[in-house]
Design a protein around this ligand. Structure first.
Ligand code: CP
Ligand code: NVA
Length: 330
């Protein structure tokens, strides 16, 4: 420990060193221990934070709200329907106002440039709760969960199956590169990560000893894999008209028991959630009616099976987000 990231924003893990990332996870482990032992930790009771959501959320919003309250902070929630931001007031003006009232700002929305501008104009720490490009708080929970399973993760292989250029896959490539892991993007060629990001991650990997692999072959992706990861095939903000095309492209990359059986016997399954693993959602039922699919990116046998860790991962969102808020505001 002994690192100091007070006053910093948390916009992408590209901005953080491996030591800083591990420091945040160590802090989250400590917060989990305190919470599980019922030890009060209202260490930021003089602080106020605001949460800006331009997209929907269950985990991220709740993790910020519960984490903030556990730390003794006041929390204000604004969604795009209930604030002036964007419609009657520019982003820069909004950021300047919020920066005078709050000690920290969370933002979930579309462009990465918005979260960067909020940090630039507000003068307080800004936390990226998901943009079209990155989902960095998710990564801390994913790595923490894998660490709880395996301990040291250097050299461990994490394969992302599916839409390998979405926000979650991009962020996994970054965090695996930073932590000296083996990252494999397994999906169709047209959904591979963009070159500018791949180049940045290759440069990081050259320093850390990480391995980056890109394949359209499922058996290759699953081979020697420790962590099988997938995400929904159509991200928030993408048009529903894309479903047919995505299903055609990504069905071969569904994580099912056959794929799990190709990985190491000790492998775990992770998913950022929400997930379409059955017909118990309106979207899941609609897709079944239109395309006849019982499940999409992951089948129920894997989702409910012994390798699945997605709910532990969801809980860890709260401990890790608490660590980010505490380390940047303390
Ligand atoms: N994983 C995740 O960010 O979930 P929410 O969309 O529910 O916040
Ligand atoms: N890729 C997904 C992640 C949700 C947590 C999306 O952006 O909708």
């Amino acid at each position: 420990m002994g690192l100091n990231i007070r006053g910093r924003s948390f916009l992408t893990l590209l901005d953080f060193t491996p030591e800083e990332i591990n420091y945040l996870i160590d802090l989250a482990v400590e917060f989990k221990r305190l919470k599980n032992n019922g030890v009060e930790h209202k260490w930021l009771s003089d602080k106020q934070i605001v949460l800006l959501f331009e997209k929907t959320s269950t985990r991220t919003r709740c993790a910020f709200e519960v984490g903030a309250r556990d730390l003794g902070m006041g929390v204000t929630f604004l969604d795009s329907g209930s604030s002036q931001m964007g419609k009657k007031e520019s982003l820069a003006d909004t950021a300047k106002v919020l920066g005078r009232m709050f000690d920290g700002i969370e933002y979930r929305g579309f462009k990465q440039s918005v979260v960067e501008d909020l940090a630039k104009y507000s003068g307080v720490p800004v936390w990226n709760g998901l943009t079209d490009q990155f989902h960095p708080t998710q990564m801390l929970a994913d790595i923490m969960t894998a660490r709880e399973e395996f301990g040291d993760l250097r050299g461990r292989k994490l394969t992302f199956f599916g839409d390998a250029r979405n926000n979650v896959a991009n962020s996994l490539m970054v965090v695996c590169a930073k932590l000296g892991m083996h990252f494999c993007a397994c999906g169709p060629q047209e959904l591979m990560p963009e070159e500018w990001l791949t180049e940045k991650c290759k440069a990081v990997a050259a320093e850390t000893g990480a391995v980056l692999e890109f394949t359209d072959d499922v058996a290759q992706g699953a081979k020697d894999c420790d962590i099988l990861y997938t995400d929904i095939w159509l991200s928030m903000g993408e048009p529903d008209e894309l479903w047919a095309k995505r299903i055609k492209l990504l069905l071969p990359y569904q994580v099912n028991q056959k794929v799990m059986d190709m990985a190491k016997p000790t492998a775990i399954f992770e998913h950022c959630l929400p997930s379409f693993h059955d017909r118990e959602t309106t979207v899941g039922e609609d897709i079944y009616q239109k395309f006849g699919l019982e499940a999409m990116e992951v089948t129920d046998d894997v989702f409910l099976g012994k390798h699945a860790r997605q709910f532990q991962e969801a809980e860890n969102r709260m401990h890790t987000i608490k660590a980010v808020m505490y380390a940047t505001l303390k």
